[in-house]
Write a protein that binds this ligand. Sequence first.
Ligand code: HEM
Length: 374
Amino acid sequence: MRAESPVHFDEQRETWDVFRYEDVERVLRDHDTFTANRAFDPEKASNDGDSDGDEDLPMLQTMISTDPPEQTRLRGVVDERFQPGAIREYQPRVEAVTAELLDDLEGEDGFDFVDEFAIPLPVIVIAELLGIPAERREEFKAWSDALVARPEDDTEEELERVQREQERAQREMGGYFATLLEERDGGSGDDLITLAANAEELTRGEQIGFCMLLLLAGNITTTNLLTNAIWSVEEAEVTDAIRTGAVDRRRAIEEVLRYRSPIQSLKRIAVENVELHGRRIETGDVVTLWLGAANRDPDVFDAPEEFRPERHPNRHMAFGTGVHFCLGAHLARMEADVALGQLLERFDRLDADLSDLQPLNGLYGLESLPCDVR
Ligand code: HEM
């Protein structure tokens, strides 16, 4: 598809599919032509040219679904807290949480890496950064799961059930964040809820959206990065080489991000007629950008279908590119580095069982990954 029809209209899904690295990068960087605002309405835009009328926007407006200058304003509140320096300061906490999770696993012969490690680690880390009291974490986990749940089948009842659950979780979680924001308004804590509460330039609705986005954006994605990392290094039989340092751990993690990108696609909407790779895209058309395909583009990567843990340079787009480049990229990389480092230090063998892999529905990851550690 990438070679034969790099920009292709899918009649059924009513979207343009974009596969080549160069084209995906161009769309993501051209935020003037391709909006991240999923509620973009071409008729409204052409009627009065006012695309920021609040009445048309979804209730929880966040940086991920807005364009500059709105997106710059929303992201500006928190950007610094996710820069490498700030993330380095937080590393000792991630090391401690990782060690605690591994302590709990010690003595067990086998465990499910997904359920017992890759799911809890990112949830605990982001909940701590936000300043969510530890006793509420289970509840948050249930809400996050409901919000990112996908229908089990295509039936109308199932679609409605998932939507109802999502609306309920969104209401409950939003209500809980509203209470915490109220309590912390004017406070001096260094947690991200206090940061949001004190950001006077944000409305309360934007502050709630901000907290929900941070909680949700990094959980399943980081879970899948951790899982895909163990899956890939075990499959390529480079676990020992990484443990001894013969293969660089950080490079291996970058290659996992390229080879098994947790987010396979992103969407944008054209705000004007535009040509892309010889195809005419019209105002209001939806464009699907296949990060997973771009990350295996032979024009950019040698032997793209091979997992090469020492690949360098590695210009993958697993975290997107342009103004929406993942806010949590440094955090996710650090979590993966700490997790892989400690796992390999603690266990001589992981013996991941790759015989019956169940892919996740809709995302690049696994339902479970049994490990038989020693
Ligand atoms: C944006 C991937 C972890 C927070 C993005 C985007 C991608 C991405 C592809 C771009 C979305 C777009 O352009 O529409 C990933 C992957 C992760 C990860 C693969 C883990 C391996 C995290 C973590 C956090 C986070 C840990 C937060 C704590 C965000 C936020 C945005 C974002 C807030 C929106 C940024 C903006 O719109 O300016 N992520 N992410 N992500 N990510 Fe991540």
